[in-house]
Design a protein around this ligand. Structure first.
Ligand code: SF4
Ligand code: SF4
Length: 253
C-alpha cells in the first residue's frame, strides 16, 4: 500500500534554506543532500504532521493526503526577499504534534501509567491550545520491532515528543521488571528527571511544562536525525521478545 501522507516540495519557490531537513526528526529528508530538501523516506512522515511546512519561510511545502484545510502559513515570499537568513525561529508555528512512543501497553506498568498521565494532561491542555488557535495532533505509536525503532529514531521507552522534540534532554533509565519479563532479558526503561527528582512515571506538572515550553519556543530543539543508532538495550529487548514469541504467529493460544 502506498504512503498517503508526506511532504511535496515546490522547487520553484524553495530557496534551499534547509530548515525542513533540520526540523524533521523522523528521517524523511535526505540529510546528505541538505540544505536541498530531498524527500528520501516518505514512509517515515507522520500523518497530519505539518512540522516542516509550518517552518518553511516561503511556503514551498504541501502534503500528499492533506485533508485538514491546512495552508502553508508563510505563502510564497520568493519574489519579496532573497532567501535566506532564514527567520524560521520567528515563524509562528500553529501546529502542536504530541507523539507518545512506547514498547508495550499490555503489561508494562511504566508505559501504561505514563499513557494515562499524558492523556490527562492532553485532556486539559488541548482545549486551551485550540482556543489559542493551535491545531493539536496526538499520536500514540507502539514500537513493536527494531525496524520501527529505527524509523522513529527511538532512544528509550517511553518517549514523549512535542513537535518532534523529546521532552527529555538526555536518556536516563533504570531496570524495568515488566519489559525484562516480556523479553526474558535484563532491560532498562526510561526515568524522568524533574526538579532534582527522578520519576518512573512523569508527573503531570512536568508534562504540562514540557509541552508548553516546546509550543512557545522556550525549549532547545534536539534533532538527532543524522546520528541515530539503535541502543543496545533496545536491541536486547527486541531480540528477547522475538525469542519468546510462539512460532505459530499467535494462532495457537
Ligand atoms: S517534519 Fe513532520 S511533516 Fe515534515 S517530513 Fe517530518 S514528519 Fe513529515
Ligand atoms: S524550509 Fe522551505 S525553503 Fe527551506 S529548504 Fe525546506 S522547502 Fe526549501
Amino acid at each position: 500500500m502506498s504512503k498517503t501522507w508526506y511532504p511535496v516540495i515546490d522547487y520553484l519557490n524553495c530557496c534551499e534554506c534547509g530548515t525542513c531537513v533540520t526540523k524533521c526528526p523522523h528521517g524523511v529528508y535526505d540529510v546528505e543532500k541538505a540544505p536541498s530538501p530531498v524527500v528520501k523516506n516518505p514512509e517515515a512522515c507522520i500523518a497530519h504532521c505539518h512540522g516542516c511546512g509550518n517552518l518553511c519561510p516561503v511556503g514551498a511545502i504541501t502534503y500528499v493526503g492533506e485533508d485538514t484545510g491546512w495552508m502553508p502559513p508563510n505563502g510564497s515570499q520568493a519574489d519579496e526577499e532573497p532567501c535566506c537568513s532564514c527567520g524560521c525561529e520567528d515563524v509562528t508555528n500553529k501546529t502542536v504534534v504530541i507523539d507518545y512512543l512506547y514498547l508495550d501497553l499490555q503489561s508494562c506498568d511504566r508505559c501504561i501509567v505514563t499513557d494515562g498521565v499524558l492523556d490527562d494532561v492532553m485532556m486539559i491542555l488541548t482545549p486551551a491550545l485550540k482556543l489559542a488557535g493551535y491545531e493539536v495532533v496526538y499520536n500514540k505509536t507502539e514500537i513493536e520491532t527494531e525496524e520501527l525503532a529505527r524509523k522513529y529514531q527511538f532512544l528509550s521507552s517511553p518517549t514523549i515528543r512535542v513537535n518532534g522534540n523529546d521532552i527529555c534532554q538526555s536518556v536516563a533509565e533504570n531496570s524495568c521488571g515488566c519489559c525484562s519479563e516480556i523479553s526474558e532479558s535484563d532491560v532498562e526503561c526510561r526515568v524522568f528527571e524533574y526538579n532534582g527528582e527522578t520519576y518512573e512515571v512523569p508527573p503531570k506538572e512536568m508534562l504540562a511544562e514540557a509541552i508548553l515550553r516546546n509550543v512557545f519556543g522556550l525549549s532547545e530543539h534536539s534533532c538527532t536525525c543524522s546520528d541515530y543508532e539503535l541502543p543496545e538495550n533496545l536491541e536486547t529487548f527486541f531480540k528477547g521478545k522475538k525469542n519468546t514469541e510462539c512460532s505459530c504467529g499467535g494462532n495457537c493460544c
